[in-house]
Design a protein around this ligand. Structure first.
Ligand SMILES: Cc1cc2nc3c(=O)[nH]c(=O)nc-3n(C[C@H](O)[C@H](O)[C@H](O)COP(=O)(O)OP(=O)(O)OC[C@H]3O[C@@H](n4cnc5c(N)ncnc54)[C@H](O)[C@@H]3O)c2cc1C
Length: 378
């Protein structure tokens, strides 16, 4: 279904048309087999880098394309409608770029950012630990300072791109307990003692690798710190705010894809009992799905515009993540319902979209954690 959109310039419209073509012709046809084989589509992600997707929301003075977040989230949305694993991989990488662009020293930024924005180097973020998921302030991975270096020891869990990334942003304890003792260090993949485990076996988004990563006495120069010592939670908070918009874009994308599949199915294969009642039952379901997707997209774009205007958008991003991912869960569930038994088959995209929607309610802060953030802001 074509979605009405406005762009700031003809160049943006052209870029978006190319993204649509990639989503429809390169991503969507590969999604089912890619998820079945759980193989990371590195080539497709690199192709997005070469196209300039990662550069979009970064300022031109830092090698970015200087596009608005309003534009960037629409690109992520459209890619997610093709294949979530690829869109989320791009989004996770852009978050890693955001941390380097905003918090690295000039020297480290100059050495890394251009190659990250071009897709030559892939980034990963290591916050979660086996005993620190929602409550990041209980991070136990330690970084001890010794002669201008940090010695990092601990285990990070659920690292997206774990084993595939070139650079890991690692949140570690450099001070006392609580949020004021955490710092963020950039660690290169080849550093001795950095030991990724095998990819987790997941309910969905299997083609995007997620792994435990052990840090066994990993040495990192103290110049590789993002932000200030013991102020890593500021880096985390900024990453979360931007991350919530990226996840919301993914949610709108898969909800739209589920709606499109359901509409096509309802048009081409009407229910066997095609009485007025059953067809109105289906069409009202579709109408509600369409209204929810439109509302989710409108909220996403309004929060992206707040960010573009330099306004505080943290609580709004939490509302957006909560709302859009819940919409994705409802709409994908209803899409399976529209298809009936056919929707339950594994060769139907709606079944995959439903499993993908569940993930979005969990990552980048679960939806319970979003509610806590929203309630605090009230
Ligand atoms: C596929 C995938 C990819 C991921 N990628 C990354 C990554 O790249 N980097 C990374 O660092 N992490 C990543 N994560 C981890 C993710 O961020 C965490 O799973 C998430 O933060 C939740 O933490 P948890 O799973 O430990 O849940 P827990 O914190 O153990 O929470 C369990 C349940 O309790 C609820 N809960 C917890 N605290 C509260 C509270 N105070 N009030 C109300 N309810 C509460 C939660 O909402 C949840 O429902 C990924 C996870 C998955 C599944």
């Amino acid at each position: 279904m074509s979605v009405p959109r406005t762009f700031a310039s003809p160049e943006e419209a052209d870029f978006f048309a190319r993204v649509e073509q990639i989503a429809d012709e390169e991503l969507a046809p590969r999604a089912a087999t890619g998820e079945e084989s759980a193989s990371y589509p590195a080539g497709l992600v690199r192709m997005l880098g070469a196209l300039g997707v990662f550069r979009l929301p970064f300022p031109e003075c830092r090698g970015g394309a200087g596009r608005s977040y309003e534009f960037y989230v629409q690109v992520v949305e459209r890619l997610a409608a093709g294949w979530l694993a690829v869109a989320e991989s791009a989004h996770v990488h852009v978050l890693a770029c955001h941390a380097v662009s905003t918090f690295a020293s000039d020297e480290v930024r100059d050495a890394l950012l251009a190659r990250m924005l071009g897709g030559e180097l892939l980034g990963a973020t290591c916050m979660s630990e086996p005993d620190a998921g929602s409550d990041l302030t209980s991070v136990r991975t330690r970084a001890e300072r010794q002669n201008g270096q940090y010695l990092v020891t601990g285990t990070k869990s659920w690292v997206t791109h774990g084993g595939f990334a070139d650079i890991y942003s690692v949140y570690c304890r450099t001070g006392g307990p609580g949020p004021g003792g955490i710092s963020c260090l950039l660690v290169d993949a080849g550093t001795p003692g950095l030991l990724p485990g095998p990819p987790e076996r997941k309910m969905g988004v299997r083609a995007l690798p997620t792994a435990e990563v052990r840090f066994d006495g990993v040495r990192v120069s103290d110049t590789r710190m993002l932000g200030r010592r013991n102020r890593g939670m500021l880096v985390a908070a900024s990453t979360f705010d931007h991350g919530r918009l990226g996840i919301s874009a993914c949610a709108v994308g898969i909800a739209q894809a589920a709606l499109d599949h359901a509409c096509r199915y309802a048009r081409d294969s009407p229910p066997s009992d095609a009485s007025g009642f059953s067809s109105q039952g289906i069409s009202f379901l579709l109408a509600d799905m369409a209204a929810q997707v439109a509302a989710a997209r409108a909220l996403l774009l309004s929060v992206a515009r707040m960010k573009d205007q330099g306004l505080a958008f943290s609580a709004e991003a939490a509302k957006c993540k909560l709302f859009t991912t819940n919409v994705a869960m409802r709409v994908t569930t209803d899409a399976v319902q529209v298809l009936g038994d056919t929707g339950y088959r594994c060769d139907q995209p709606v079944e995959r979209l439903l499993r993908e929607a569940k993930l979005l309610q969990i990552i980048e802060g679960t939806n319970q954690i979003q509610r806590i953030a929203i309630a605090r802001s009230l």
